[in-house]
Design a protein around this ligand. Structure first.
Ligand code: PEP
Ligand code: MG
Length: 953
């Protein structure tokens, strides 16, 4: 931020002419290390193009774009010439504000200057004797009160008085009438009641221009001093002409005005009521400014010149702000429009100006005499394109192979969902019309959802749609979108902005539960946006189909009608991607990460996928389909058979037993795990338990939840992982500073060791819930022995106070350093649980959620098997047990290898348990051991998979 300081002002200079003055200015810039001496030619060339006289005895000399290379640092200097210097053949200047600007930071100073030009300051500038006086003159603020329609917001959702203050200050700040800090001085103690639920508050600090904003809440709110529905927020300063303000206050005291203010009114009506400036309902055209350095003096001059060629009035506003004449240079500069902001031009009806709008907008697009910088269309264009991110489809053959993600064979006509493209204008003109559009769109989408609810027979799907209806009726959502509308956005822009922002916040939590909500939000978001943008959504085929998509969120999968969606084929994603995990849980066959080319498959073409091998057949022969039907029938029978025996042990033919446990993230899923044959909970992801709460659950709540799991387990062991937040799993109520590499940052034990109180509380809740039942506590993300010892020390302190029988304490092995140090760690811990998802990510240095690479992050890579082997041998040498709780534990190709490596426990999602148990019953432990030794010698994950295929086919 630029601040004018007295040290930047050079007083009492003399120059016989403009050339000498320019030289003098460059000398100042060079001396202050802002430019090199060559900048002089830039100043001269610019003056040759047109004098930089601004008005009121002030000029703003600055270089041409070509001379920017001579700028070392952006800066502004002021030179006072009391005797004056002839500048443009007509006017003398007494003050030169010389600008060396690399970017647009100086626009702010120009804004301040142009405000000063609303006053007659030339004599004061000429006769000033000190630098401080010059600064004071320039920083003089207009004495009129700004009050216009855009400073009024109705139907605002507020929950307390702070929300009122925040909304009122935000309106003022958006229009640059107050600066950051204004809000902090608003104190409820200073509220003054005008009448009933109408109150005023005022602030004198951080005020750029005196102004009034009005916030009307959607309902009356109780607060300490009484009731409030309308807040009138006054930003004032000493130079304000109080007559205008007093007039407004008098007006507010009139009972008829009060009555109307307390009834539901549009902001347009309120504006009329209190005599605020009203946005004229003129023809308009928006355009985004693509000049890298903003609307500074030169392009603004061009804009003025073009606008002046039309007789009719032309006004312009920036991003929903107040309208000013496009024919006034100072007014344009005062807008401070920056690159990427939207200028909306309006033209006086029935004049040549209406026709002129197109020419003006075109001139702005062309850069007003400057080079333009391409704009990020999706974010800033007046015509916004909202679309799902995806990579360009490379024109190569359709793929025959993807990553096997969810077991089973599936075929059917392809239903290809391509990324959606929506086009809409960002700024609207008619608030009422935009509100109506939104209402109609919401009504239409709700109607469609009602019909879907009537059609579907599956309860879970009904519930999902029911939840969508609730989301669409959520008063908070509607309120937030209305706030966007009140800021002049179109219904589509306001809707998309809110949905995207809300979905991003949810998705960032990376919790499957909340991510589901993000996907749901985007889903209903797209539905409403399609209506607003007249886009037709593709119709679902009648018969069971293969859903082909770029990627699928867990929410997408969860709401799939299993009777309609035979299988899933995606362009990106890996076996440990969320969509794959949910597809497995639902038992829908899936092949993921097949490449963007799959989006070229023609809708209705028959596709056959094999969720066990990753094979894809496009338009297969009839015999292949028949074969697939036979195989599928066999698979179905195998599953049914496996389910019948799921409560039996997983014992190999040569009597080697492996414990089979379940991974859960929801307390209530314990019962389902037991039903599916889980012999223990092998991983309770407590961060997911935490995420289900809006704020950190206290010790009592935690104890209650852990107790529920242990009760349901009825004597079976419970392996609990302490909080594994941080990195990609932030907890909203546990803020962590933004990190460049969150996976390598404050995560798991690294975080909780820095918040020992949080860890201690969780440990107390756990040991108190145990009551002598088999509790195993493990710490996540341990990479160094010191971390393990520090965590163990905290637990020991807890145990000294709350003794706990039948407790084992272990660590997750998911960082390669922990696997390598296993011989040392094994002496101290009771068990290891290998988290192959993270161990694979950190060993192969592939982000587990990477949209393209994650398919290559195969846990059967020999490097990971070597680490598992090392950990198992180290543990067994000290009679400790080892589990695997990553996704690998349920991979049919990995099961014999893990068994052969000597893993004692496999923990997986509940639905995988019956088949894995059945598979183990067919294996021979001695063979598995041999297989594992050969796998350790392989050179790649593919080689390991081929080996398993060959020996265990
Ligand atoms: C793992 O990393 O394998 C693991 C089980 O932990 P999470 O997937 O929760 O990170
Ligand atoms: Mg992990």
């Amino acid at each position: 931020m630029f601040v004018l300081e007295p040290k930047h002002v050079h007083m009492n200079l003399r120059a016989k002419d403009k050339a000498t003055a320019l030289q003098c200015l460059v000398n100042i810039l060079v001396e202050d290390q802002l430019t090199t001496a060559e900048y002089l030619t830039g100043l001269q060339d610019r003056e040759a193009q047109g004098a930089t006289y601004l008005g009121q005895g002030i000029a703003i000399p600055h270089g041409t774009p070509q001379s920017r290379e001579f700028i070392k640092q952006t800066g502004i200097r002021l030179a006072h010439f009391p005797e004056g210097v002839g500048w443009d053949g007509e006017h003398k200047i007494y003050l030169a504000v010389v600008i060396a600007a690399k970017s647009d930071e100086h626009l702010q100073v120009l804004q301040i200057l142009t405000r000063a030009l609303n006053h007659d300051v030339s004599v004061q500038v000429q006769t000033a004797t000190t630098a401080e006086q010059i600064i004071d003159i320039l920083q003089v603020r207009p004495d009129t009160l700004v009050i216009h329609e855009n400073l009024i917001q109705t139907q605002t959702h507020v929950e307390d008085i702070d929300d009122f203050f925040w909304a009122a200050a935000k309106l003022l700040k958006q229009q640059k009438l107050v600066e950051a800090g204004f809000l902090s001085q608003l104190d409820p103690k200073n509220l003054i009641q005008i009448q009933d639920a109408i109150w005023t508050i005022s602030g004198k600090n951080y005020v750029a221009e005196a102004a009034v904003s009005i916030v009307q809440a959607e309902q009356v709110l109780n607060f300490a001093q009484g009731q409030i529905q309308t807040l009138i927020c006054i930003a004032q300063h000493e130079q304000l002409d109080m007559v205008q303000l007093n007039h407004l206050i008098d007006l507010l005291f009139q009972s008829n005005i009060q009555q109307q203010l307390q009834s539901e009114q549009s902001r347009h009506e309120i504006a009329k009521l209190i005599g605020a400036e009203i946005i004229p309902d003129w023809p308009y055209q928006p355009v985004v400014l693509a000049n890298k350095h903003g609307l500074h003096a030169r392009p603004a001059t061009q804009l003025v010149n073009i606008s002046k060629t039309f007789k009719g009035d032309i006004q312009v506003a920036v991003d929903g702000g107040p309208y000013v004449s496009a024919k006034s240079l100072t007014k344009l500069l005062a807008l401070g429009c920056q690159y990427g902001q939207t200028l909306t031009f309006i033209a006086e009806p029935n004049t040549d100006a209406v026709e002129g709008l197109t020419a003006i907008v075109q001139a702005v697009k062309n850069g007003l005499g400057e080079e333009v910088e391409p704009l990020d269309q999706s974010e800033t264009a007046s015509i916004v394109q909202a679309e799902t991110a995806w990579e360009e489809i490379i024109d190569t053959d359709l793929p025959a192979q993807g990553t096997a993600a969810s077991s089973g064979l599936a075929f059917g006509p392809a239903h290809v969902i391509k990324p959606k493209k929506f086009q809409y204008e960002r700024f609207g003109r008619n608030l009422k019309a935009e509100k109506e559009k939104l209402e109609i769109a919401l009504y239409s989408v709700k109607n469609t959802i009602h019909q879907l609810i009537l059609k579907t027979e599956i309860d879970e799907i009904k519930q999902i749609f029911q939840a969508h209806l609730e989301m669409l009726d959520d008063p908070d959502l509607i309120q937030q979108v209305h706030q966007g509308l009140n800021q002049n956005l179109t219904a589509a822009a306001a809707w998309h902005d809110y949905i995207e922002q809300a979905a991003q916040t949810q998705a960032a939590l990376n919790d499957p539960l909340l991510a589901e909500r993000a996907a749901d939000l985007r889903d209903i978001g797209d539905k409403v946006l399609s209506v607003l943008c007249d886009e037709v959504m593709p119709l679902e085929p009648e018969q069971a189909y293969i859903l082909v998509m770029h990627d699928l969120g867990p929410g997408d999968v969860a709401r799939l009608d299993k009777d309609r969606v035979a299988g899933i084929l995606t362009a990106v994603g890996g076996a440990s991607a969320h969509s794959a995990i949910v597809a497995r849980a639902l038992g829908i066959p899936a092949v993921v990460g097949a490449g963007e080319q799959i989006l070229k498959i023609e809708t209705q073409t028959t596709v056959l996928i094999n969720g066990d091998t990753g094979a894809i057949d496009i338009d297969p022969a009839a015999e292949q389909i028949e074969q697939a039907i036979r195989e599928r029938e066999q698979q179905k029978q195998r599953r049914q058979q496996a389910e019948r025996h799921c409560q039996e042990a997983a014992m190999t033919v040569d009597q080697h037993q492996v414990e089979i446990a379940a991974n859960i993230g929801k307390i209530l899923d314990t019962a389902k795990a037991v039903d599916h044959g889980a012999e223990a909970i092998g991983l309770l992801r407590t961060e997911l338990v935490f995420m289900a709460h809006r704020q950190a659950p206290n010790e009592i709540t935690q104890e209650k939840e852990y107790r529920h799991v242990l009760d349901t387990l009825a004597g079976r062991p419970l392996v609990v992982r302490t909080l594994d937040v941080g990195g990609d799993k932030p907890l909203p109520y546990l803020p962590i500073a933004t990190e460049e590499n969150p996976f390598l940052g404050l995560r798991g034990i690294r975080l909780t060791l820095r918040k020992p109180q949080l860890l201690r509380q969780q440990l107390i809740a756990l040991v108190k819930a145990a009551d002598g039942r088999p509790l195993r506590i493990m710490f996540p993300m341990v990479g160094r022995i010191e971390e393990w010892r520090a965590a163990r020390h905290i637990l020991d302190e807890v145990l000294a106070e709350y003794p706990c029988e039948n407790l084992q304490v272990g660590i997750m092995i998911e960082v390669p350093s922990a696997a390598l140090l296993a011989p040392l760690l094994a002496k101290e811990v009771d068990f290891f649980s290998i988290g192959t998802n993270d161990l694979t990510q950190y060993t192969l240095a592939i982000d587990r959620g990477h949209p393209v690479l994650s398919a290559e992050a195969d846990g059967l890579h020999p490097s990971i098997l070597l680490l598992i082997d090392q950990a198992v041998r180290a543990a067994h040498a000290h009679q400790k047990w080892v589990g695997v709780c990553g996704e690998l534990a349920a991979d049919p190709k990995a099961v014999p290898v893990l068994l052969g490596l000597g893993v004692d426990e496999l923990s997986m999602s509940s639905s995988s348990i019956p088949l894995v148990k059945a598979q183990i019953r067919t294996l021979n432990y001695a063979d598995c051991q041999q297989l594992a030794q050969r796998a350790l010698q392989c050179e790649s994950a593919t080689a390991v998979r081929d080996l398993v295929e060959l020996t265990h086919g």
